[in-house]
Design a protein around this ligand. Structure first.
Ligand code: F3S
Length: 532
């Protein structure tokens, strides 16, 4: 199966047959499969001349169908070892005997009533979908959710048409999330990233459902645009549930950080599923929500001669452990034994890379992350495997990063800083370093478009605290954007003419951007030349 064909099935996989009943009906009426966005998009009259006849989607939009949750590598093949469970493969899946009845989780009386439609048709469909999803993964039961949800359903792409239709049905039925929820950044920014009129058109045509999706979020209980970010757990955004809280978050980097750094309990939910759980206020109990699923199958020993490159280290761990939980030793000393606002970005960079180069939804760091502090090496399963990362291994991983630029392109045209979004401390640090370097070199402008990605709340924190530095940097060509780094970096119209360097191994993984380590990035921004 081609990658393109495979990813077309994602919305089906995500939502299951029950909840997309309305999509199927609508789709059947217009003569297409439920995931065929052609009729839906065309009916909305929002896409025009660039549509392909077959699918109703512009050719250049196909990549919007990709996801870091689908277990498919850049070559279009399944990532070895990935079983979509997010915590190793639950034994109930692999041991299921087709001659026996499918697994059925236990439901309370109240849950059964919802399933039977006693609280309305929309809630019954929603329950049916979630129960079916949980049964597939061998869930024992449903658990009540707490804290606040985080949604990764942020792309108004035609591929998400079935999800949008389901969410509309929920909103029309008056359903709302059990608590206000945060949402991933929007996929484009028409203000702060230099784009042409043609690119702007392509963005609108690629994302014809964006406004409808944004509107649905507002109706369902999503928080406002200024909090849009994958770094929902930063103080400026304020979605950091207490350790041990069951949530059903979307966004692989937020899930990874939430489970590991905050100690919350969530599986790696796909787009759509996280919102259905938020609307029900319950999620199936399996995988990373259980004590057993949070045990580590890998001991990762970091033995580098100095502080490792965090993105490269995370990439190596992701490739080795795939979706298993690693227990990492040897790095707590680089954070002085405590996670603080000033060093959080190190774990953020490492964790996001484990979740994108692999599918790691949780890691433990000895002496540092909450469960490792509590239980130590008791978190390791019997018979765990060991992975040693030394200087040679770091170099091996880094040298394996491909250069996806055309042969004749030798210099970058943009520097994209931050994916996941920057913390306040990172913004201050990058802004100060660039500001100082400009002064020292008596340079008026940075050598290439430089964009730091962050939520509006975090950006405003910087703007309020350092207004003069921000003014100088703006004049020098630096911008701050609240969009998703990967979306803009990989956007077809943008990526054709912009060749970015990035300090994010996640952005490197999902776009044609080239990875530049933090110590070299400043020089690239000032000179426009790649490190030698
Ligand atoms: Fe955030 Fe987008 Fe990167 S959602 S983690 S900036 S891919």
């Amino acid at each position: 199966m081609e990658r393109r064909d495979f990813v077309k099935t994602i919305p089906l996989t995500v939502l299951g047959a029950a909840a997309i009943e309305s999509s199927e009906t609508a789709s059947a009426q217009r003569g297409g499969a439920p995931w065929d966005d052609g009729g839906g998009a065309t009916n909305r009259g929002q896409v025009h001349h660039l549509l392909t006849k077959k699918s109703g989607t512009p050719d250049y939009v196909q990549h919007w169908r990709e996801s870091d949750m689908d277990g498919i590598g850049p070559d279009g093949k399944a990532v070895p070892g990935y079983k979509a469970a997010g915590a190793g493969s639950p034994p109930k899946i692999s041991k299921h005997d087709p001659s026996k009845a499918p697994h059925q989780m236990k439901l309370t009386r109240e849950e059964q009533d919802i399933l039977d439609g006693k609280k309305g048709e929309a809630l019954a469909k929603l329950m049916k979908t979630i129960v079916r999803h949980g049964n597939l993964f061998g869930a024992e039961k449903l658990v009540d959710l707490g804290g606040n949800p985080h949604s990764s359903t942020f792309l108004g792409s035609p591929a998400l048409s079935p999800i949008v239709e389901v969410l509309k049905e929920c909103a029309d039925a008056g359903l709302k999330a059990y608590a206000p929820y945060t949402i991933n950044p929007r996929p484009f920014d028409l203000y702060n990233v230099a784009i042409t009129r043609e690119m702007e058109l392509m963005m609108f045509e690629s994302l014809p459902l964006q406004i409808e999706l944004d509107h649905l979020h507002a109706r369902l209980g999503g928080r406002g645009m200024t909090t849009r970010s994958c770094m929902c757990y930063l103080p400026e955004v304020g979605n950091a549930p207490e350790p041990g809280t069951y949530v059903a978050w979307g966004e692989s980097s937020a899930i990874n950080a939430g489970n590991s750094i905050l100690g919350i309990r969530t599986n790696r939910n796909s787009m759509g599923m996280e919102l259905l759980c938020a609307l029900l206020g319950k999620a199936p109990y399996f995988g990373l929500m259980t004590d057993e699923g949070r045990q580590a199958k890998w001991l990762v020993e970091v033995k580098t001669s100095g502080e490792p490159d965090w993105g490269v280290l995370g990439g190596g761990i992701g490739e080795k452990c795939v979706e298993d939980v690693p227990y990492i030793v040897g790095i707590d000393k680089y954070l002085d034994g405590k996670i603080t606002p000033e060093n959080l970005h190190k774990l953020k960079a490492m964790g996001a890379a484990t979740a994108s180069s692999g599918a790691v939804g949780l890691y433990h760091v000895e002496n540092l992350t909450p469960e490792a502090i509590q239980k130590g090496r008791k978190l390791l399963v019997e018979g765990y495997q060991t992975y040693v990362v030394d200087d040679k291994e770091i170099e091996r991983i880094r040298s394996g990063f491909p250069n996806l630029w055309p042969k004749n392109v030798k210099k970058p045209t943009a520097a994209h800083i931050g994916c996941p979004h920057n913390t306040y401390h990172e913004l201050v640090s990058w802004s100060t370093r660039i500001h100082d370097a400009l002064k020292k070199r008596r340079q008026e402008k940075v050598a290439l478009q430089t964009v730091m990605f962050c939520s509006v709340e975090v950006r405003d924190h910087l703007f309020h605290d350092y207004p003069e530095m921000v003014r100088d940097l703006h004049v020098a060509g630096v911008r701050w954007s609240n969009t998703c780094t990967v979306c803009i970096s990989g956007f077809k119209g943008y990526a054709d003419g912009n060749f970015a360097v990035t300090n994010s191994n996640k952005t490197r993984k999902y776009s044609n951007s080239r990875y530049v380590s933090e110590p070299d990035m400043l020089e690239v921004i000032m000179t426009g030349e790649l490190p030698g």
